[in-house]
Structures are given as C-alpha cells and as structure tokens.
Design a protein around this ligand. Structure first.
Ligand SMILES: Nc1nc2c(c(=O)[nH]1)N[C@@H](CNc1ccc(C(=O)N[C@@H](CCC(=O)N[C@@H](CCC(=O)N[C@@H](CCC(=O)O)C(=O)O)C(=O)O)C(=O)O)cc1)CN2
Ligand code: MET
Ligand SMILES: [Zn+2]
Length: 759
C-alpha cells in the first residue's frame, strides 16, 4: 500500500500524561492506598486523554497520537501488549493489579527493573524475556483508546513501540540468547495488530523506533530491513510512520527508506536535515520533520525552521511538521507559571506552546509566510530580546573561571590523602553510612507547601526542618551508623533546591515532568550565567553537625547532574555552562570546609545518563563532564574527604570515568548485580574508596542481615577492607520510615558481623 491515505501536515510524536496538575499521579496513588476504586481511576485517565486531544485539535494538529497515554510506563504497556509478562505476576487475577505488581512489586513479588529511557531523565520498566516467554498479542488497551478517540471525533494516529526498540530495551533472562534473534516471532503480532488498527478505522499508525539512533551493527541493520519490509508488504493496514527520535538515524535511514513503509519521522532538533538529501527513496515518502524540540523548553526560531522545512520539500514527497520527540519530556504549559519573569516567559515554549508552533510552521509551509506573519514577527522579537538580555553574561563569573578554571584535580595523590583523612576522622574499618536523603514524609512536604502559601513564616519552617534533622540524627546514632547525614528534609529535589538559590536559574511552580510511574520532577530552567551569591547548605549541615559527635557529611549535587536534570540554555556549549555550575559548587565546598565539615559528598547520579548514545561522541563528553566534577571538588584541603554517589547499574561504559573523578569515596549501585561491578572496577585498576550499595532501595523489601553480610564478603574479595564502605544503593527519600529503620539496622548488624570476621 502506498500513501493513498491523505498525509497529515501537523502533529506531535506523543503527549504528556501525568496531567497539568498531576491529576494522574494523585488518582493512581489514591487507588494504591484504597481511596479510589477502579472506575474512578479509569474516569480520571479517560478525562486526561480527552482533554489532551481536545487541546491538540483546537491548536490545529490534524493527526493526533493516541496510545501514548499510560498508567505507569509505555514500555511496560508494550510488554503487556506482546505477552512478555514475567511468570511471577502472571497469576495475579485482576489485570490492573497484575500491571502495577510488575511495575512496583508487592510484598511477595519483585518488580521489573527500572532504567533510563535513552539519555532522558525518564525511567522505564525493563521487560524480562526468557526462553519460555511466548509472545501473544493483546491489544485491548490500545484499541480501547483508539475507540475513545473515534467516539470523540479525534483524527487518531495509534502509536506503538516498535519490535526492534522493544527487544533492545528488554533484558534476556533464564539463559535466553540475544533478544533480536526473536524478532521473527514478534513480526506476526505486529502484522495482526496492523490489521486490527485498520479495522478500527486508523488511517496512519506510528511505530516508534528510537533505538535506531544508537550505534547499530549489521545484524541490527538487517533486522530493520527485514522487519519493515515485511510490515510494509502487509495489504490490510494503515499507512506506516516509523518514528525515530533522540538523535540521527545515520545508516538506519537509507535502510528504512528502502522498505515499503509510508513515512519516517526524523529528529531535526538534534542535528541537521543534510543527511536526508542523500536518500533518494525519500522522494515517495512522508517525512515528519521533528523541528520543534520536544526535550527543551526554548521557543522555536520559526524563521530558521521554516527555511529548513522548505529545503526539505526538495527531498521528500510530502513534509509534515512535528516535535522532535514525544512531549512527555516537557511540562504542560507556560500559562501555569504565574510568577515567571515577564521577559523570560516570552523565550519559552512548553508542551501546549510547542503544539501551536508546529501548527504555525505547517500553516506557513502550506499557505506561505504571510499567513503567519504575526507569529513570525513575535518569534523574531523574542529571539532578539533573549540574545540581548544582560543576564546571559556575567563578567565576574567569566573572570573567576579564567582564574581557577585550570584547577581540575587535587594536587596530592589519593593514597596519601587517604592517610591524612583517616588520621582526622578515625573511622572503624568498613565504615557505615547512607546516601543522603531520609524519607520525605508528607509532614515535611506539607510544611514546605505551608511556607510557600504563606501559612507559616520562614522561622517556623526552619524550626520544623531542624526537628526533622534532630530525628534523623538521633535515629542514625541509635542505629550505630558511623558517618551521618542530615537527611535532606529541606530539599524539594536535589537539583531544584540548588537551582532555586543560584542566579541564572529559574525554578517553575508547576512545570512537572514524569520521571517514573507517579514520581515527577520540576526541571529548573538554566537561562543565563550561573553564580552563587551566598552559601546554600552550610547552615543546615552545621546545625546537623552540632547535634552529633560523629562526622556529618556535607551534601551537594554535582555540576553534571544539575545540568542533566535542568532545561539548559542552548546558546553556548554545555561544557561552558557546566564549568559555571562547577564553580558555584566549588565555592560551596570551600565554605563547608571552613565551617568545619570533614566529609563532603558531591552526587553525580546523572553522569552515566548524559553519556552520548553514539560511541563517537563519548570521549568529548567525558572530557568536559569529568573536568567539571574535578573543578567542583578540588578546592578543598587534603584532609577533607570528597565522596560522590552514582546510582544505577550498567557502569561498564563509564568504569574508567569513575576513576578519573578521583573522589576519595564513590558509592554505587551494586546489590542487584551481586557486586559484579567491583570485579570490573578492580580490573580497571581502581584504587579509591568504594561503597557498593548493599541493598536495593527501590523496593520496600527489608534485606536480612545474612543477605547483606554475604554481599559484603563477596565485596571483600575485590576490594581491600581499608577501601570498602557500607551503604544502601541510593537515597531513602521514597521509602517509608519503618522499612528504613529495619533495613539500616540489618545493614549495621551485617557490618559488625563481617568486621569481627576480618579483624
Ligand atoms: N530531578 C531529579 N531527577 C531524578 C531523581 C531526583 O531525585 N531528582 N532521582 C532519580 C529517580 N527519580 C525521582 C524523581 C522524583 C522523585 C520524587 O519523589 N518526586 C516527588 C516530588 C518532589 C518534589 O518536588 N517535592 C516538592 C513538592 C511536593 C508536593 O507534591 N507538594 C504538594 C503538597 C504537599 C503534599 O500534600 O504532600 C503539592 O504541591 O501539591 C516538595 O517537597 O516541596 C513526587 O513525585 O511526589 C523521586 C525519584 C532520577 N532522576
Ligand atoms: C538520585 S541520587 C540521590 C542522592 C541524594 N543525596 C539522596 O540521597 O537522595
Ligand atoms: Zn542515587
């Protein structure tokens, strides 16, 4: 089938789903706690979908993605659609409960693992596929959403995750070989799905294949050809749009273009349209041009985009305008930001504003520039105002960077530092500690909401947070931990908290973006040069230290993570922006040191996340990111101990980078991989302190003393006792106080038992 179906002109690749005021989060959490029944949850979900479609239609989109909604995660939805559901949840009778059990576990069932969705701060659930997995199509959810859309008269374009990305994002279990070998089993399911969608009245279907922008070998590329040639040959089907995003297709582009599919969505926000001109097969395809950035919040330069789009018309049969990826990764609307600085507001476009940009560009393409003259003029003005804003350049920070920017490392070698630090700290062998946060209880969050709403004064807020710190310190002393933390009660988020205190950032009131499941973040907007006016954490840490004779760690977020979890200015290289943030953190470490703090932790959990998807770009990234961390952490004396924390497994690609950070102690995730990471670190010649996480904080399960002790014995094979630390995998903020107390008590008991064995 060629495109006899009329192509569309304006669309987005997917929509946010958590709700403009996090309605979905609240409904799902109410369902989990028994405060809302199934029909109530279904009604909230249906309303959110209807509202999104209706907004997109009134904006003027003529093809609307349907099926990008999810109650937890779209990869998990795909696993359920294809029958790749682990045996351990298969017996749970109710569909919704089975789904949530796979997502978050129950008292007796472990959830699927969670990991990063490409290089975003969204986390998906990793489907498990074993030799016994029998793929079977169950399109009930998708067909119901398509039916809902048709009832509402929505020009629906069903969206599914493609078989190649699905398999590449899954995890082989129980001795299963390479997953792509099983793509032949999936193709018939997609064939039958295409027929069902055609029967349901769909004229186009979107098949997402973001994995095609990563480095692919010949086997992968052959799979692209085979799968899409086969799907293209299906007679009874909607027109097929294969969507790529998060980067350039490279060699996958000609492969796709030579198959019998009808359209390709390309990401023009992450690279130029040049590569498209080399592919003559595009001449009879629809190219969906992702020219409006779906991952950042800057207003589009419409004039420049229009030039690109007009050029594209020489390459493709038809050009439609779109976002570069789903709008899942940006907040709903700038309109909700009532306190936003006026001039800043006109630089920004969140989801709803991006939808209108898409329509403006599509209109200009079909009816000419004059048809949208006003929109073009105001985009031009906004760009000029932004370029001329004095806040973009701060002479002081640029001068300061010139002065200290070459200090990227501590002058004394790590082994020597270890000696002076130990002389100062006097810690027992195998010291125990935690990663920083303790449970963010609703009591804490309500206090913060009260402060924001003016219901309590700042002094009362400080009083309440200090009471939380008192409790956390007392708990840690009671448990017998060696190196304490203050618990981070005063932080809404480990990035936003710093952004709110640094110049050059704007924090949103309501710019929520889903991070995983019902958990959301409000990424701050880094718009100008970054400077620190006054200490950000010193009062809290010195207060906590005053409550205990044990060392309390200073707790900071590193420059790479602050960048990774913010929306960052696009008018200068990331490396330059990272250095400015690094300088601010460096100043904070010096203030902490002067205030008597012995140990300072600088978290970099996102170091791995920003790693480029293509190998060719990795060295340049590691150069600037490691450089920024070293700039941030090398302003302190030899006897001040620097810790860092990197959560998440899959360190393989950054093992060398961990050593290059040169932190005195690094805590990492290791429990789920049974300490395998340590052998790799050892092989890489790592000789710094390391705290492999001894239990998984993503699960409510309390680990036993024996379980932790046996992990520690395993760790001691790869790491000598004088360099080994004992800690959980990550911060405890999402856990309940009860679980935390029991788990840490077991961790301390295990440490004592193993110490006794080695001394
Ligand atoms: N930015 C970021 N990315 C990250 C992580 C992270 O910590 N930060 N960790 C990893 C995993 N991701 C996570 C992301 C979010 C949360 C999380 O717990 N988010 C909270 C919101 C955190 C927050 O901003 N809290 C604010 C606002 C809280 C709130 O909802 N307040 C209520 C009122 C109080 C109440 O009734 O509870 C309201 O505004 O309506 C605060 O504490 O001040 C949530 O979704 O519930 C956890 C892990 C990877 N990426
Ligand atoms: C996502 S890494 C979290 C590190 C932070 N210090 C915490 O404990 O919450
Ligand atoms: Zn962590």
């Amino acid at each position: 089938m060629s495109v006899s179906t009329a192509p569309f002109t304006a669309t987005v690749l997917g929509s946010a789903r958590i709700g403009p005021n996090r309605e979905l989060k609240k409904a799902i959490e109410a369902y989990w706690s028994g405060r809302l029944e199934r029909p109530g949850l279904a009604a909230v979900a249906a309303q959110l979908r209807a509202d999104t479609w209706s907004r997109q239609r009134s904006a003027g989109l003529d093809s609307i993605p349907v099926g990008t909604f999810s109650l937890y995660d779209h990869v998990l939805d795909t696993a359920f659609m294809l029958g790749a559901v682990p045996e351990r949840v298969a017996g749970i009778p109710n569909h919704l409960d089975r789904y949530f059990a796979a997502a978050r576990g129950t008292a007796s069932v472990a959830p699927l693992e969670m990991t990063k969705w490409f290089d975003t701060n969204y986390h998906y659930l990793v489907p498990e596929i074993g030799p016994d997995t029998v793929f079977r199509l169950d399109a009930t959810r998708l067909l119901a959403e398509v039916a809902q859309a048709h009832t509402l008269g929505v020009p629906a374009r069903p969206v599914v995750l493609g078989p190649i990305t699905f398999l590449k994002s899954s995890k082989p279990v129980d001795g299963q070989g390479p997953l792509l070998d099983r793509v032949d089993e999936l193709v018939p399911l997609y064939v039958s799905l295409l027929g069902r969608l055609r029967d349901a009245g769909a004229s186009w279907v979107q098949i997402d294949e973001p994995a095609l922008v990563t480095d692919l070998d010949d086997t992968d590329l052959d799979a692209v050809t085979v799968v899409y040639q086969r799907l293209g040959e299906v007679r009874h089907r909607p027109a097929i749009l294969v969507a790529s995003y998060f980067g350039q297709l490279g060699p996958a582009l000609p492969r796709l273009a030579r198959t019998a599919i009808d359209g390709i969505a390309v990401d023009l926000a992450s690279g130029s349209a040049d590569s498209l001109t080399d592919v003559p097969e595009l001449a009879d395809k629809l190219v969906v041009a992702g020219i409006v950035d779906g991952r950042n919040i800057w207003r589009n330069d419409l004039e420049q985009s229009l030039t690109t789009l007009i050029g594209l018309r020489n390459t493709a049969a038809t050009v439609a305008v779109s976002t570069s990826c789903s709008l899942l990764h940006v907040p709903y609307t700038v309109v909700a930001e009532t306190r936003l600085d006026k001039s800043l507001r006109c630089w920004l476009a969140f989801g709803a504003e991006k939808e209108r940009e898409v329509v403006t560009l599509a209109t200009a393409l079909s009816d000419g520039r004059d048809a949208v003259a006003d929109a073009l003029a105001s985009s031009r003005t906004a760009a000029a105002v932004r370029r001329g804003d004095p806040r973009l350049r701060n002479a002081q920070v640029r001068a300061d960077l010139g002065a200290v920017g070459h200090h990227r490392g501590r002058s004394t070698p790590a082994a020597e530092r270890r000696g002076v630090q130990q002389a100062r700290l006097g810690l027992p062998v195998l010291p125990t500690t935690t990663i920083g946060s303790y449970p963010q209880t609703s009591r804490i969050r309500i206090a913060r909401a009260d402060l924001r709403a003016g219901r309590i004064e700042q002094a009362e807020y400080v009083h309440r947070m200090r009471a939380e710190i008192d409790d956390v310190i007392a708990l840690q002393e009671e448990l017998g931990l060696d190196v304490l933390v203050h618990g981070e009660p005063e932080r809404n988020d480990m990035v936003q908290y710093f952004a709110e205190q640094l110049d050059g950032f704007f924090a949103t009131d309501n710019g929520w973006v889903q991070s995983y499941g019902t958990r959301c973040v409000r990424p701050p907007i880094l718009y100008g040069d970054v400077t620190r006016n006054s200490p950000m954490t010193v009062d809290w840490i010195t207060y906590a230290q005053s409550q205990s004779a044990n060392p309390v760690k200073g707790m900071l977020t590193g420059p790479v993570t602050i960048l990774a979890w913010s929306f960052v200015r696009d008018d200068q290289p990331l490396a330059d922006t990272a250095d400015q943030v690094a300088l601010a953190i460096r100043q904070e470490t010096i203030d902490l040191e002067n205030a008597g703090v012995d140990i300072i932790q600088v978290d970099e959990p996102a170091l791995r996340e920003l790693l480029p998807l293509r190998a060719a770009d990795k060295d340049a990234y590691l150069e600037w990111s490691i450089g920024a961390f070293r700039l941030a952490t090398s302003g302190v004396r030899d006897d001040t101990q620097i810790h860092t924390h990197l959560c998440y497994s899959e360190f393989g690609e950054v093992i060398d980078a961990i050593a290059r950070l040169d932190a005195d102690v690094t805590s990492i995730e290791a429990a789920r991989s049974h300490m395998e990471i340590l052998t790799d670190l050892d092989a890489a010649g790592f000789d710094l302190g390391v705290g492999p996480g001894v239990y998984d904080i993503h699960s409510p399960r309390v680990p036993s003393v024996e379980e932790i002790a046996s992990l520690l014995r395993k760790a001691l094979i790869a790491v000598p006792a004088e360099r080994l630390w004992i800690n959980p995998d990550c911060g405890l903020k999402t856990r309940g106080p009860g679980e935390v107390k029991e788990s840490l008590a077991n961790m301390v008991a295990a440490a004592k038992a193993v110490r006794a064995e080695i001394l």
